[in-house]
Design a protein around this ligand. Structure first.
Ligand code: SF4
Ligand code: SF4
Ligand code: SF4
Length: 252
């Protein structure tokens, strides 16, 4: 059965122990300065955002049908049956298409390293394969981050919404977004307050890409796809560059 993570922001106290547990599992440094950073990066694979007295986690959504994997020319990114979307650095050729394709702007690049890799949360795939929960879920003292079977977590999320309708926005983020994600979110404030897109497609983006391509006549396919791809990638390049606060000259 496919695994998932349920993050319930109403139970979160902002202690950031999930961030710390994630850093330890991924061999990344973690101190007060890193804790104060309010964005995901190549050295911070998950972040607990704070706004007034509200919190919201961001991490790779480990999509059910991930766009990052669908655009990777060498299969470095893979959706596993267990749920995690894994990354194989030995396959990665550094094209960074995954960064441009991800609808949640998750993958980050180790720009400052001589042999840079793409970094993202892989839902602790090694731990999951060993029958353990994710490091962030294990570290969470309140149950705000919970690991388990996605179906069971989804049922639990629905139950929480039904039991306490005034406590929650009546939406489970990740059920339908981009065809569904392994990470499910509950919140008392609108998800877009924390930068989550709420006008996002409910269909898997790889499926949409396939449908568009299958309606283009063969003779114009190559040119159209190339032009469409260039336009789309250029557009995403600007978005990625802006999101990362990088100058024009160092865009991917
Ligand atoms: S959130 Fe982005 S990086 Fe993560 S699995 Fe989905 S498409 Fe890939
Ligand atoms: S699932 Fe693992 S890699 Fe992903 S945020 Fe949690 S601890 Fe980090
Ligand atoms: S460890 Fe749990 S309670 Fe603490 S910030 Fe992370 S999700 Fe929130």
């Amino acid at each position: 059965m496919s695994k998932g993570i349920l993050y319930d922001a109403t139970l979160c106290i902002g202690c950031k122990l999930c961030e710390k547990g994630c850093a330890e599992r991924n061999g990344l440094p973690y101190d007060d300065n890193v804790a104060a950073e309010q964005k995901q990066s190549e050295h911070k694979l998950t972040v607990v955002l704070t706004k007034n007295d509200k919190f919201m986690r961001r991490l790779c959504m480990n999509c059910e049908d991930p766009t990052c994997a669908s655009v990777c020319p060498v299969g470095a990114l893979q959706k596993t049956a267990a749920g995690p979307v894994t990354y194989d650095p030995s396959r990665c050729m550094g094209c960074r298409y995954c960064m441009l394709a991800c609808p949640f702007s998750v993958p980050k690049y180790e720009w400052s390293k001589a042999l840079p890799l793409v970094r993202k949360c892989d839902m602790c795939s090694d731990r999951v394969a060993a029958g353990k929960q994710t490091a962030c879920a294990e570290a969470c003292p309140t149950g705000a981050t919970k690991f388990g079977d996605r179906d069971a977590l989804l049922a639990e999320a629905k139950e929480r919404l039904a039991k306490s309708p005034d406590q929650y926005i009546q939406h489970i983020y990740g059920v339908n977004e981009v065809g569904g994600t392994a990470v499910l979110l509950l919140s008392s404030v609108p998800f877009d307050d924390f930068g989550y897109k709420t006008d996002i497609s409910t269909e898997a983006l790889p499926l949409l890409t396939y449908r568009v391509l299958s309606h283009i006549p063969d003779l114009v396919t190559i040119g159209a796809v190339a032009l469409g791809g260039i336009w789309w990638l250029t557009n995403r390049k600007n978005e990625v560059a802006a999101a990362e606060g990088r100058p024009e000259s160092s865009k991917p």
